[in-house]
Write a protein that binds this ligand. Structure first.
Ligand code: TIU
Length: 228
């Protein structure tokens, strides 16, 4: 048990029961010239998460903590893509169409892959998710059960969409989520701030909000005895 400074109060990290979950750090969302930018978003706003995430990922790997990655996307035949999602936004180019980095949000295409700085290593589960939440239509719940995980350190993009949906899904499954402010990002800074406030409000209605430095320090610190 190691305490991590967080809102609304310290998060009691149990590294052996915790996993790092990195949401959708994919080229199409983050890199200039990808799908995110094509939709008119300022992708540079997500780039600030990369350096702290690299440090956190190194610390988690060094500690032996389970690291899991997600990718939002669909099978090449789009059989897992709801029509409602395909046509949302009334764009001329949509999911499955040729985009700047291959077919948009299709598994196996360059833009769908995780950015090089945070690339998964052997043994780290990569969860392909067709929805915004990481639990819907994925193996994440089974993985969490198999590994005895009760806490998730949640990072990635975007704060108010895939991170928030996943945290809400996890919370309803009895998982405690610590969301890291410096390792999550949004195309809309005000959404990022409010999304994090929503998580920690009302005594931590959806979880906790901290910083990567707190987790890195906790992973390096000796364990504290559990409170009686
Ligand atoms: N990963 C994720 O958040 N997917 C999105 O579509 N996010 C947006 O903010 N659009």
């Amino acid at each position: 048990m190691r305490s991590v400074p967080a809102r609304p109060y310290d998060f009691m990290l149990q590294p052996e029961k915790a996993a790092l979950l990195i949401i959708d750090m994919q080229r199409d969302f983050i890199e200039p010239g990808g799908f995110g930018e094509m939709l008119g978003n300022e992708v540079g706003r997500l780039g600030r998460t990369i350096a702290p995430l690299k440090s956190l990922l190194a610390a988690a790997r060094a500690s032996g903590m389970l690291v899991m990655h997600t990718r939002e996307g669909h099978k090449p035949d789009l059989s897992d893509l709801h029509e409602s999602k395909r046509i949302r936004g009334r764009g001329t180019v949509t999911i499955g169409d040729p985009g700047p980095m291959g077919r948009i949000l299709v598994i196996g295409e360059p833009g769908h892959d995780i950015i090089a700085d945070l690339y998964p290593i052997a043994g780290e589960p990569v969860i392909d998710k067709p929805g915004k939440g990481a639990f819907y239509n994925t193996e994440l719940a089974d993985l969490i059960g198999t590994h005895g995980i009760t806490q998730l350190i949640v990072c990635g993009v975007t704060t108010e969409v895939c991170v928030h949906t996943t945290v809400r899904e996890a919370n309803d499954r009895g998982i405690d989520c610590l969301v890291l402010a410096d390792c999550t990002g949004s195309y809309f800074p005000e959404f990022h701030d409010v999304a994090l406030r929503m998580i920690a409000a009302q005594g931590g209605i959806f979880g906790w909000v901290g910083e990567s430095s707190g987790v890195i320090a906790a992973l390096a610190a000796p364990a504290e005895p559990a409170a009686n």
